[in-house]
Design a protein. Structure first.
Length: 145
């Protein structure tokens, strides 16, 4: 506590009093890893199912890349596209025709890693991100489907 200014020591001491010591915190955090793992696996399975259903419903092509990135890329694409629809159409000024054009551009991005790289992006940024996508991110699928 000596490294804290005097006017901040009482509040910090009060905060510390409501916390476990470092050893107790580490023990409690590590004790329930099995149920956390099960919860995470269940959540990922739900997200994957929602992403797969969404991809089928909106005719999104399968992603390309290493096997271990495909599901993560699908989830990332679903989350970003859903956030973009909310930001641009539901809350923004876009109409369904504008959205349809954006969907077509999104269908051209086939590299799972590209979608994973954009997972933290804001939905409203998707048009700019799609503009910046390189040729290596685009699939070899026939654009005239």
């Amino acid at each position: 506590m000596s490294d804290r200014p005097a006017d901040r020591r009482a509040g910090f001491a009060r905060w510390l009093a409501g916390r476990d010591c470092t050893d107790c915190w580490k023990a409690a955090r590590g004790a329930d890893t099995e149920s956390k793992g099960q919860w995470l696996a269940s959540k990922r399975a739900e997200e994957q199912q929602a992403a797969a259903e969404w991809a089928r419903k909106f005719d999104m092509p399968p992603l390309e890349g290493p096997e271990r990135t495909l599901e993560w890329g699908e989830r990332s694409r679903h989350q970003l596209m859903t956030a973009a629809h909310t930001a641009l159409v539901a809350e923004g000024a876009w109409d369904e025709a504008d959205w349809g054009e954006l969907e077509e551009r999104a269908r051209m991005i086939a590299r799972a890693g590209w979608w994973i790289d954009q997972r933290d992006a804001e939905g409203g940024d998707l048009p700019e991100l799609l503009d910046a996508a390189g040729e290596g991110d685009r699939g070899t699928e026939n654009p005239f489907r």
